[in-house]
Ligand binder design. Structure first.
Ligand SMILES: CCCCC/C=C\C/C=C\C/C=C/C(=O)SCCNC(=O)CCNC(=O)[C@H](O)C(C)(C)COP(=O)(O)OP(=O)(O)OC[C@H]1O[C@@H](n2cnc3c(N)ncnc32)[C@H](O)[C@@H]1OP(=O)(O)O
Length: 341
């Protein structure tokens, strides 16, 4: 019943790729391409697989803030596509190499005095990230160790399960002691003088419900971890007191994480994300994907149908004088804050 709908979704590596034929294929080119994608620390994403567990990692790696540029968006899609081709993999952990920032949302410099050829490409690449994550046959677990505002929150909402670091004085994020870090998450676009696009706003509505989403969108609320949990924006909040992993989990994580972020095997969020990813990987893929379709296919179809109009609206909206003025002010304040540290 699901197949015709899936093929109409026209995304390159979406839920439709769960056919038994696909799973049976042994695609060796996958391993070659994956090993190149993890070979350089300069890659915009780092990815790696643990086939025994059926779990992959995709870690955003664009310092300083994993803000989403055209190139990072494309790298996320490419990496997800590579992982998708491996029939042994059922779950992916979406993470960040930065222990205090998951993703700072759109790279705001893409929005200021934009190039009119690049701007629509940029927006298309963001739409594609959403389609590829939300419509993936893979179960995607967001390991949110740090801030996730705006499009950073969208990335997390497009996953299947969200685990957030609870923060707190003296807690460890990546195994080292550090001073208090309390991440926040939410669609804060109105704080920048812009509005979340309809598909992103609707994603919040589907995640936390109509009235809470209406208020959070209007105010541009960024939720600290416990509030995000209460609202249903994240599924789990991890603190030192709440979770102790097994030695097996840490060992399996060490096998999964690529070199530059192997120390994240000590992160409790990553450990919990791995356990959750294993849980999803054990479910029959056909059944799991069919259940995902029940909740996601209609909204994905609608989004894809309005994609071009969404791009046109976004480009003309961003180029308005008042919007440009607001964005410039916002970036100046951001830079000033960063310099004053
Ligand atoms: C119906 C209408 C439809 C029309 C649709 C139109 C428009 C909507 C468009 C899209 C929706 C999505 C929008 C977005 O995603 S906009 C981006 C929103 N993001 C933010 O507001 C976050 C901004 N950043 C921060 O608040 C903080 O950086 C942080 C994430 C909380 C982390 O704080 P921390 O103190 O740890 O770091 P710094 O602030 O010092 O930052 C480090 C470094 O990174 C740079 N930076 C941070 N965020 C961004 C960013 N989003 N883009 C580019 N650069 C960023 C920051 O300037 C610092 O750099 P520096 O060189 O100064 O050190």
């Amino acid at each position: 019943m699901a197949a015709p709908l899936l093929s109409s979704l026209c995304c390159r590596h979406s839920l439709r790729h769960c056919s038994p034929r696909r799973f049976a294929r042994n695609d060796l080119s996958f391993f070659r391409s994956l090993s190149t994608s993890i070979s350089s620390e300069k890659s915009l994403v780092l990815s790696h697989v643990n086939e025994d567990a059926g779990v992959a990692i995709l870690a955003m790696n664009r310092p300083p803030a994993n803000s989403l540029s055209l190139e990072l968006n494309e790298a996320i899609c490419t990496s997800l596509k590579e992982i998708d081709t491996n029939p042994k993999i059922q779950s992916v952990i979406l993470a960040s190499t930065n222990p205090t920032i998951f993703s700072a949302g759109l790279d705001v410099t893409e929005l200021i005095s934009p190039d009119d050829q690049r701007l629509p490409k940029f927006w298309n690449s963001l739409q594609q990230v959403y389609i590829d994550l939300y419509g993936s046959r893979l179960a995607i677990i967001a390991a949110i160790q740090g801030h996730a505002p705006a499009a950073g929150c969208m990335l997390a909402m497009a996953c299947d399960y969200r685990i957030m670091y609870g923060g707190g004085e003296g807690s460890t994020v990546d195994g080292r002691k550090r001073k208090s870090h309390i991440p926040t998450i939410g669609l804060n676009e109105t704080q920048l003088g812009i509005a979340a696009p309809p598909w992103m706003g609707q994603l919040l509505v589907r995640t936390i419900g109509f009235r809470p989403a209406e208020r959070a969108l209007a105010l541009g609320t960024l939720f600290p971890p416990m509030e995000a949990l209460i609202e249903g924006l994240v599924d789990d909040v991890i603190t030192e007191e709440s979770f102790s992993p097994s030695a097996d989990t840490i060992h399996a994580l060490e096998k999964l994480l690529p070199d530059p972020i192997r120390n994240q095997a000590l992160s409790l969020v990553m450990q919990k994300a791995f356990q959750e990813a294993e849980l999803y990987a054990k479910i029959s893929p056909q059944a799991r994907v069919a259940s995902k379709l029940v909740t996601r296919s209609e909204s994905l179809k609608d989004m894809i149908a309005s994609r071009e109009a969404d791009t046109e609206y976004f480009c003309s909206f961003i180029c308005q004088d008042t919007v440009q003025k607001n964005l410039k002010k916002y970036v100046e304040a951001l830079k000033k804050k960063s310099k004053s540290k």
